[in-house]
Design a binder for this molecule. Structure first.
Ligand code: PGA
Ligand code: ZN
Length: 634
């Protein structure tokens, strides 16, 4: 039965600092609550830590404690962190020579709550790491107050999933008081988790945010880590958003199973890694039985027993097994599905979110919520019209992804009305990526529609295009709006459009076979707008290096299936970033319900994402995943 509650007050004080006045409302609720329930109340205030020096009304708070008989245990706690309580620290060190501050905190609380852990409830504000560690690695009961949750203290957000969150009216705490045992430790039940804890905790995996490379060093050849080896791999045939078969692969370890699905392009670049299709009759020649057999028979055998965290090695082994330049033997679709599923399995093994894992895999890239480019008018090969340019995108500029998506949805609906009124209801049918596909041929008509809708919405939104120009390039000329343009004429045409409309991003303005105008165009624009290489660069590190050297463009479109492994995709990202390019993580026109690329974009800290219109579930699933991440869902 809980008799004492400990309340971490640090954030209340910080809030007090901001308001120039301590916010004691939680506190008074808490005081009342503890009185009503016959609980002793202890506070951990942080008053003697550095931050408190700047708090103006500290005395007021202290007076309040005195009046209410509140016991402040902060002094001892913080002293101990400042190494004053050396004896205790030595003792902790004896038990675990690799101790970290976090370990020490748990140790410290374990000591002070010795013999009465069952009676103690620790209440935290926000995702205070201490609360998280206490919850996870001691058997002290912990809860966190719901309306103080923010992401500030939880860069990897795993904590939110894991903690017991209660309303700050404290009513929900009663549940824990009645039956404190029930909610404890479900987490340490997994064998891998226990091993991880033993192996790494103390050198603080969670706190110092070790890169995956470091974890690999620690785990090398150690028997204990074998539970994280790949046990088996199984691929099955599923379908993509166009009704074309694709691959879903499952990677099994002792503790978990993780999947990944492969997307597919319609206007693919010539130098993309090869997507293996069967030919023949089934699915019009697009069947993927061969690729699936390659996974189930060859790759599975090759990779079983490999350490699932060793992404580099996993990808390298598959490349060696394939042995071709463009992955044509096993199929890039086969290789990619395994590569991505292994990464997801690894994140599950470490019990961290996929984006946290990907960030650490890429040596702790900083997390960042990308800005979306939403393709809301479809042309080119993605629509049944003669509109040459493939995508007309809106680029919202709000501060959060949820607001960016709201803005985009509103504009999408306004656009639908405008198109319906002008061209009739059938013009609001949508193309492969969920954008409308009115029967227009002049790009200016599409830009006018977009500008109209944006203006009506009242939001600040710019426009982007993906010309996908390789698709309307023939014999040295570009066919747009029934006119043939030379490269130079097309470049001038773009420059006119840039003057007329608020366009800030242009993808594949020229053919992948027509490199010269890329250089001149990019130079002329002088970084004022994004010139993005998609078919031109095909996410291939070798080609990107050439692109950077020759200054073809200033931004990279990153599509994992163009190159076929996660390792090479990260390499492509890093090359682009090093050259000071912007990166857009992108879907394909043939998509699946897998949202891997949302975690990838956020985990790597990509500048933009391109997931299509805010409609059709294979697109919205990816935007919705970003919203989830923003909302702190694991
Ligand atoms: P794709 O189109 O997936 O058909 O290649 C997307 C793009 O060109 O960006
Ligand atoms: Zn493109």
């Amino acid at each position: 039965m809980i008799k004492q509650i400990y309340f971490g007050l640090f954030d209340v004080l910080i809030k007090g600092k901001l308001n120039k006045k301590p916010n004691t409302s939680y506190l008074s609720d808490l005081v009342e609550f503890s009185k009503d329930n016959n609980l002793e109340l202890y506070l951990i205030t942080g008053l003697d830590s550095k931050i408190s020096e700047t708090i103006i009304e500290e005395n007021q708070l202290l007076a309040y404690f005195k009046k209410e008989n509140i016991i402040d245990v902060a002094e001892k706690y913080y002293d101990s962190l400042n190494e004053i309580d050396k004896e205790l620290k030595l003792k902790a060190k004896e038990q675990n020579p690799n101790y970290s501050d976090e370990y020490y905190k748990v140790f410290y609380f374990n000591e002070i709550f010795k013999g009465k852990k069952e009676e103690v409830l620790f209440i935290g504000h926000d995702i205070w790491t201490d609360v998280y560690y206490l919850h996870k690695y001691s058997n002290i009961n912990t809860v966190i107050l719901k309306d103080t949750l923010s992401n500030n203290h939880a860069p990897n957000l795993i904590e939110i999933k894991d903690l017991n969150v209660v309303d700050s009216s404290f009513e929900e705490i009663k549940e824990y008081i009645v039956n404190p045992k029930e909610f404890k430790y479900s987490y340490l039940n997994s064998y891998a988790e226990k091993l991880l804890y033993k192996e790494i905790f103390g050198s603080s995996l969670f706190n110092s945010r070790l890169s995956i490379g470091k974890i690999l060093d620690k785990s090398k050849n150690k028997e204990k880590w074998k539970c994280m080896n790949i046990k088996k791999i199984k691929a099955i045939k599923t379908i993509d958003s166009r009704g074309v078969p694709t691959i879903k692969t499952f990677v099994y370890t002792n503790n978990s199973v993780a999947f990944a699905m492969v997307p597919s392009g319609t206007s693919s670049g010539k130098r993309e890694a090869l997507e293996l299709r069967d030919g023949g009759k089934a699915f019009g020649g697009k069947d993927v039985t061969k690729a699936i057999n390659n996974i189930n028979k060859k790759i599975s055998k090759e990779l079983s027993g490999e350490f699932v965290l060793d992404q580099n090695r996993i990808d390298k082994l598959m490349l060696e097994l394939d042995g071709t330049e463009n992955k044509s033997k096993l199929g890039a679709n086969a290789i990619l599905s395994v590569s991505l599923a292994c990464a997801r399995a690894a994140s599950q093994e470490l019990d961290i979110s996929l984006y946290t894992y990907l960030s650490r895999l890429n040596n702790n890239s900083s997390l960042r919520m990308p800005t979306p480019l939403l393709n809301i008018i479809n042309g080119g090969k993605h629509a049944g019209t003669d509109l040459a340019f493939q995508e007309f995108q809106i680029i919202p500029s709000e501060k959060t992804i949820s607001k960016n998506i709201q803005v985009s949805c509103e504009i999408y609906q306004i656009l639908k009305e405008i198109i319906k009124n002008k061209y009739g209801a059938s013009a609001t049918n949508v193309g492969f990526e969920g954008g409308f596909a009115p029967n227009i041929i002049d790009p200016r008509d599409a830009f006018d529609l977009l500008e109209n809708a944006i203006k009506k919405s009242g939001y600040k939104v710019s426009i982007g295009i993906d010309a996908a120009a390789s698709e309307f390039y023939e014999k040295g000329k570009y066919l747009v709006n029934n006119k043939k343009y030379s490269s130079l004429e097309l470049s001038d045409y773009y420059l006119e459009l840039l003057k007329e409309y608020n366009i800030t991003s242009v993808e594949d303005p020229f053919s992948e076979d027509d490199k010269k105008p890329w250089v001149d165009f990019t130079k002329k624009l002088n970084r004022k707008i994004m010139v993005i290489g998609d078919d031109l660069l095909v996410t291939n590190p070798k080609i990107i290096k050439e692109g950077i050297k020759k200054k073809y463009c200033n931004s990279l479109l990153l599509k994992v299936n163009q190159i076929g492994t996660l390792t090479e995709s990260l390499e492509a990202f890093n090359l682009a970033k090093k050259a000071n390019w912007k990166v857009v993580v992108s879907h394909r026109s043939g998509e699946t319900e897998d949202v891997f690329i949302s975690d990838l974009a956020y985990g790597l800290g990509s500048d933009y994402v391109k997931f299509g219109a805010p409609s059709r579930s294979e697109r919205t699933a990816k935007y919705n995943r970003l919203i989830e991440i923003e909302e702190g869902i694991f």
